[in-house]
Ligand binder design. Sequence first.
Ligand code: CUV
Length: 660
Amino acid sequence: DEIKAKAKTAKKADPYAASVDPATQQMIIKAHNDEVETIFDRALTLKPCNIGEQGTCCKNCSQGPCRLPLPKKGIEGKDTRMGLCGATPETIAARNFIRMVAGGAAAHSDHGRGVAETFLAAARKETDDYTIKDTEKLLEVAKYCNVPTSVMVEGEDGQKVQEDRDIYDIATDVGELALAQWGQQEGEVVPVLQAPEARIQLWRDLDVMPRGIDREIVEIMHRTHMGVDQDYRNLIKQGSRAAIADGWGGSMLATDLQDILFGTPYPVQGEINLGVMKEDHVNVIVHGHEPLLSEMIVVASQDPELLKLAEEKGAKGIVLAGMCCTANEILMRHGLPIAGNYLQQELAIVTGAVDAMVVDVQCIMESVANVAMCYHTKLITTNPRAMIESGETIHIEFDEHSALEDAKKIVRTAIENFPNRRAQPIIPNEKEQMVVGFSQEAVKYHLGGTFRGSYVPLNDNIINGRIRGIAGVVGCNNARTTHDEGHLIVVKELLKNDVIVLTTGCNAMACGKAGLLTPEAAKVYCGAGLAEVCETVGIPPVLHMGSCVDNSRILLAASEVVKAGGLGKDISDLPVAGSAPEWMSEKAISIGHYFVVSGVYTVFGVGLPVTGAPRFQKYLFEELEDIYGGMWDLEVDPYEHARKMIQHIDKKRKALGLDK
Ligand code: CUV
């Protein structure tokens, strides 16, 4: 009641300024009618701090916070701003920046660690609920992990013969090696060695090869402690190590091991938007990130006993739909529907049709607990790392050793809640069809041609100019900018200019809702060259590669394009660019930074907390190019954002001698 009372008097967001998605607009209006406050309303009254926004607020010790905004008149002469300890704006902004890298890398990598632990339990047959599903991928991963897949044994005639090792023995070795990457103290994180040779050499020369995943994250926390590293270049160097350890380490291992446990994605059809929910069904939303949980919920939701229980409670069946990156995981592998992206999480509950929202880790707003209380929805946390104090949240812990049992308990809770709906739900009609599931293996298959099994025809199409270049457009939604608008403008501008788009995360979902993830979109949105390629192969012009940890798939695709030949020696030679038009999470900064140090020009929208430290900003936006061949940029206007990416792609084409 107190929450509703507050909502009554609070400022209300204009639904049409808040989002370009009709389902979202409709539910914002319903929330207002129901007197339920959402993030869109709060964004009107709670404005960001101007100094933090510039990156120049230091609260790393208790003598501050020291706040160093840019002077109104700009800087005349030498910049003499400093914190109590003498820290310059550059030091402060760089420390803050790499702490975001640490946060993001930790989130991705801790997810990866959990996968590695479950993987090892499956390999050692300590759990019945998870098995080794994709043996082909296992053998590939074994190869880069240097785990032997066969052994020499003595044959009957006394001759030595080669014999295949047992799949579970191989998996155990792979799992042990994988898990060891987190605690490794010296040497090089193994999956990094899949980068192009020139890139590996560059990283060795620059001394940024990550030694161990956890070590690099911890070292960021040490260096950014009061009075340690006070040179923005040296700080960024450690940020680079940790970001590489994320993209080419923790995230990559998460993706690879998940593929082995649950299957490597190949193209499947799916549906997206709030309209995937059904009024007469039990609706369960899985929200968060880790497929360890959602995969088991998938199994539980198909359990005959539970389906019978649903029927007994008066429901026609169970709809399981995803939200945020968990949604991408179950969509890519099972074709299960997606209810929406990050900014739609409260609104799913506002429909009044969600019987349970099950969450694990990352991108879960605490406010879903308050919104859930305004309806009948049960909010269920499942991970010991992520509990919610607000509202009436219940915790059903999910343990990999009793995974299916736990998942059934969660689904049963949802079913039992079905009769408790308070009012007639209102579910928007909007839902779109899409074709998704483009792992780098699937991209290779479709764009590379079956026989050669490499990226050669894709490279040929880039060389002949039908495809001008490749863009990775990824990342979140952000309540400081119109929901999905930046995503869609940037992607459409790229397509129009024959740039093929690889997508993950909430960008992928924005594209899905707008119909861009269909083969038919090629004709409507692409330039003639790109349309021709897509129509010939029968693929959408925007290829959905998965969740945020699956950005590692984009890295590997780039690496394989280099190795296929004809387009230079390194990722930084390729006509490619990266973008996160509506980013908000620390993970996005880690992703952005590993794209940059992998040699990719990467543009962010909304804002970057670097503008209060001009020398540091120049270092990120300009000087990094000389070091890594990739650099950061910030562009709030989505048209200009896309134009800058295309300009960079053209610069690379020219350098390769493709366009005279
Ligand atoms: Ni992991 S990190 S809002 S769900 S993409 Fe979506 Fe993607 Fe950002 Fe979160």
